[in-house]
Design a binder for this molecule. Structure first.
Ligand code: CAA
Ligand code: NAD
Length: 297
């Protein structure tokens, strides 16, 4: 079961990175967006990221300029974009990276189930929802996995590969092999809330936000403490801005609704307020911090 052609649905923060690493891994990739403007934005990000990686390789002496230019052209040449779902019909694998909303994802997979070839494997990049529910909606639960990449996809080396009780063993192995071809270390996970990373990471982010909301310490001090005290690359409030406050809120709302008795899952007051104000983090220029493009303002 070889994955040669990949469809990626959603070309936002995560989707554009998945498009890129799949192409870097040698696959032909079709990116599907709901609107042309969003597609252009996502593919523009791919262009900037490829240029950055190429110039770093030249700086480090890993490639000369001609080889770097050829690598960019070859990788980009494997990527195309579309706003027509039907263009994914002959893909071997379709990875979903749209908004963290279970109903919207289920509806998407039900539609994909109608148009994709029978052998195609489906995968969701969900941060928190049950893979089994989307698998059931797709009409092909045995050919369904979770493929959970990390932000920024181009730099983070992990992919969680999630199986349900119904996932076919060969499908699971093909998904792990695809993750490895994308340059990631695959870890196997069961279909549990947040899999491994988010089950640990999101409650930690909640604790940091609660600490800020109580006035126990400033956001800068909380972040500095975890960066220098624990050696984390960024503090939890910077990380929340990085992930997106909307995505973080959707994860927590889904969990508090589904597991009301779990004390690790709660929605902090400031998270709800900032999202209502449209302050979604780095992507909108303000969240817990103000941002100027990729850097803090
Ligand atoms: N493509 C290419 N290059 C990129 C890039 C991209 N997408 N993003 C950043 N870079 C480059 C930067 O331009 C920079 O280049 P220069 O050195 O030439 O300036 C270089 O990579 C390093 O970036 P930064 O200067 O921003 O500095 P950094 O050393 O802090 O590295 C980081 C950035 C890798 C993001 C690091 O801060 C980090 O690991 N942060 C934690 C991220 C994390 O925890 N992610 C998981 C989030 S949770 C999740 O994803 C799951 C979920 O479901 C919510
Ligand atoms: P995002 O808002 O940046 O991107 C979502 C994209 O999907 C948008 O560009 C939107 O136009 C597009 N879209 C929405 N509905 C669509 C449809 N029906 N067809 C085609 N395109 C559609 O969100 P994101 O941060 O990239 O998150 C995407 C998924 O990845 C979510 O499930 C999220 O939980 C998960 N995830 C996010 C992170 C993170 O750090 N942000 C990390 C890992 C996983």
């Amino acid at each position: 079961m070889q994955i040669k052609k990949v469809g990626v649905v959603g070309c936002g923060l995560m989707g554009h990175g998945i498009v890129q690493v799949a192409a870097q891994g040698g696959c032909e990739v079709v990116a599907l967006e709901s609107e042309q403007a969003a597609l252009d934005k996502g593919l523009g990000r791919v262009d900037r990221s490829l240029a950055k990686l190429a110039s770093k390789n030249v700086e480090k002496g890993k490639m000369d300029q001609a080889a770097a230019d050829a690598w960019v052209a070859e990788t980009r040449g494997r990527i195309s974009g579309t706003t027509e779902r039907g263009d994914l019909a002959d893909c071997d694998l379709i990875v979903e990276a749209i908004v963290e909303n279970l109903d919207v994802k289920k509806e998407l997979f039900a539609g994909l189930g109608e148009i994709a070839k029978a052998e195609a494997i489906f995968a969701s990049n969900t941060s928190s929802f049950p893979i089994g529910e989307m698998a059931a909606a797709s009409g092909r639960p045995e050919r369904f996995v979770g493929l959970h990449f990390f932000n920024p996809v181009q730099l983070m080396k992990l992919v969680e590969v999630v199986r349900t009780d119904e996932t076919d063993a060969e499908v699971f192995e093909a998904a792990r092999a695809f993750g490895a071809a994308c340059g990631k270390a695959p870890v196997s996970c069961k279909d549990t809330p947040g899999f491994v990373v988010n089950r640990l990471l999101v409650p930690y982010m909640v604790q940091a936000i609660d600490m800020l909301d109580r006035g126990d310490a400033s956001k800068e001090d909380i972040d500095t403490a975890m960066q220098f005290g624990c050696g984390y690359p960024m503090g939890p409030l910077t990380l929340t801005d990085y992930v997106g406050l909307d995505t973080t809120l959707f994860i927590l709302q889904g969990w508090t609704e589904r597991y009301p008795g779990e004390p690790a899952f709660k929605v902090p007051a400031s998270l709800e307020r900032l999202v209502a104000e449209g302050k979604l983090g780095r992507k909108t220029g303000e969240g817990y911090y103000k941002w100027d493009g990729d850097k803090k303002a």
